[in-house]
Design a protein around this ligand. Sequence first.
Ligand code: PMT
Length: 402
Amino acid sequence: MLQLANKRILLGISGGIAAYKSAELVRTLTKAGATVRVIMTAGAMEFITPLTLQALSGNPVHHALLDETAEAGMGHIELARWADTILIAPASADLIARLAAGMGDDLLTTVCLASSAPLCLAPAMNQQMWAAATTKNNLSTLARLRGDALALFGPGSGAQACGDIGLGRMLEPEAIAQQLADRFVSGTLAGKQVVITAGPTREALDPVRYISNHSSGKMGYALAQAALEAGAQVTLISGPVSLPVPERITLVPVTSAADMLTASLATLGQCDVFIASAAVADYRPAAVAEQKIKKAGDEIQLTLVKNPDIIATVAHHPQRPFSVGFAAETHDVDSYARDKLERKNLDMIIANDVSRQDIGFGAENNAVTLYSRHGTTEFDVMNKTLLARQLIAAIAQQLKAQ
Ligand code: PMT
């Protein structure tokens, strides 16, 4: 279940005898490397205590919609944005009905309404309740409204707590975790080689100083992970960042724009998609002093020369892959992005407003506009992991259409 590593799973627990299995589910998910936060309904707390789930998940358990302390910390909107996926296990007939009706009468249903994360349900109920026309109708309403963003895990069949035999048992925690892990592999880029540049470049002034920027690499690393989950072979050409080296991704560490260009050109011929999310320094010092520049006088003059444009070089190359650039702008985002799309000969450009503190450089979240020859798409504020998945899905779709 490697795919669950570093995933943010929001586990909703509704009222039902199967809630006791949720404790084991939390253990299985955390053992697989996922971070789990739990929301319980009032019914769930009749069957299992928040304390058990808090101890197993290592995170506070949420249950009250109007809790001032929780809203001051990780409130319902933060929880909704935080999640890569919402998993509800057990999902009772009542909870499914409330979700289908779009109700927000407790924390769990409100977070589901407020989140753009995919929703996975592991139903658990009496076999007659599962067979009821209203339950079937509620599930088909949810499926119609949510499309691919809804998954049903089970239910299984067998002896039930009430003595009945039939469909309605919640799947075992291991099976739920496996189905959840499978959801993170889409296969839309299966067989494709994807190269991603990420992080900042550093342009040396002397042996101890450099010019750089605030890129943390989070956006590029999230894209690399999302491309991997989509089935691609991924090469990540990364400037200096302090992020963990992602598993099963070929990491090429670089320092300067010149290094990044050399590493990028070396991939051409085997590269199907090139995504330039790195914040490459546009200029570098004209000369790098061999020794530390000594302090002298009140002013110092630096001469900078232009760096090569990596994505433009790649996108004009005879072995040009599908080329995706980013545009980091502080103003006139739309016109600069369109200009870069044309000038750099790109298939797509993803623009973000880096004048904002809550998104862009260093932030956990981002909001972007994707421009291509087929039009524009807005992606509202969400965490970079989730955004990366949606961007990779959009890239895979356009690649296929070509
Ligand atoms: O790393 P994070 O902290 O998560 O932040 C993410 C981000 C803000 C860095 C990212 O979302 C982003 O916007 N990356 C592009 C940053 C940038 O350099 O933008 P630009 O508008 O200056 O450049 C346009 C495009 O040309 C980019 O794809 C860039 O990688 C590329 N470029 C720029 C200069 C150069 N010499 N070579 C290039 O390839």
